[in-house]
Design a protein around this ligand. Structure first.
Ligand SMILES: [Mg+2]
Length: 218
């Protein structure tokens, strides 16, 4: 008996454009102004700096760290506010959440820092559908949704993996990891998802092309 449906956030219920704008446009633009250099040069430098840290380090996800590191005269809230108009729901997200909310407890399980998660859900008007909103990086200090993450999530919700469904757009961290521990997982393979073109679909993955398919599967 399934009780919980857990959703990844970026690329699953909200488009990934917002983070892209804040990290790869907003920060380089501030840096270019602060250090009087062309935007493209600033962008290249910033990307190198991000890569020198890498996404396995917790600070990679912490915008305050980067604003301080680059000595930028802007606060995180201001930068996040500036790109608010890029926050968009993915197709059918709200209709599907509305339908599922009557049958299951819905949660968000995201890698993004809490400041991004809260902002995106609020601006997309989706906060009300979720009883728990988890940021792996802020709440659990974990950089990837590995087994330990899903274990903690089940503990928090007081359920067994077999009582949980998870859906997300990363084939490994949203599908293979949870599926391997008995969670019913769905890999949302968007037509426009960058990652879906990098990793071929393994046999045996539960693949859905848009969120409406969840309604038939559950
Ligand atoms: Mg995602």
């Amino acid at each position: 008996m399934k009780k919980i449906v857990s959703f990844d956030l970026d690329g699953t219920i909200v488009s990934g454009n917002y983070g892209e704008m804040v990290w790869n446009h907003g920060i380089p633009e501030e840096y270019a102004k602060r250090h009087s250099m062309p935007f493209d040069e600033a962008k290249q430098y910033i990307r190198q700096e991000y890569e020198s840290v890498g996404d396995r380090e917790i600070i990679w996800y912490e915008i305050e760290h980067w604003l301080k590191r680059f000595d930028l005269p802007v606060i995180a809230d201001e930068l996040l506010l500036r790109y608010e108009s890029y926050i968009e729901k993915v197709p059918y997200a709200e209709a599907v959440l509305k339908e599922l909310a009557g049958r299951y407890t819905l949660v968000v399980a995201s890698n993004a820092a809490r400041i991004f998660v809260d902002k995106e859900l609020h601006c997309a008007g989706l906060t009300e559908y979720f009883t728990h909103i988890i940021s792996a990086t802020t709440d659990y200090r974990m950089v990837k949704k590995e087994e330990h993450f899903y274990g903690k999530l089940c503990g928090l919700l007081g359920v067994l993996p077999g009582e949980v469904v998870h859906v997300g757009d990363h084939p490994v961290f949203d599908h293979d990891v949870p599926a391997g521990m008995g969670i019913e997982a769905y890999y949302l393979q968007h037509e426009h998802s960058a990652i879906s073109h990098q990793l071929s679909v393994k046999d045996g993955r539960n693949v859905i092309k848009d969120l409406r398919e969840l309604l038939d599967r559950l």
